[in-house]
Design a binder for this molecule. Sequence first.
Ligand code: THU
Length: 133
Amino acid sequence: MAEVDARQLPALARAVSDNAHAPFSRVRVGAAVLSEGGKVYTGCNVESASYGLTQCAERNALAAAVADGALPGSLIAMAVYANGFAVLSPCGACRQVISELMAPGAEVTSCCDNKESRTWTVAELLPYPFVLE
Ligand code: THU
């Protein structure tokens, strides 16, 4: 994808949510993450009939970035979109992985189908992340 800036991330997150596989919850989530080089990676939620195997949009976007060679700390912004009228707060598992791959000061913005949005830094989302020494 062509180089983008952080202001474009919410629209990209919303667009990729169209590809969500969410037959069980009907919650369609999209995430778009930006590298310091201006590359964007997207992901959507993928549910499974074995519910616990469900994959979240945020971690799928981060996995796409890693597969492309993005280094930990090089991901500077993320947007998350969920259909409906409530701002999604990223789940705990996603917060852990976000904290491992994004800079502590990077911003994560969550938006939905109205004008509401919320922005947190990575450190605000997970103040005391698990780290391996
Ligand atoms: N989901 C995400 O994609 N990201 C989150 O941070 C929380 C939840 C998805 C998983 C499931 O497909 C649906 O939302 C309802 O939980």
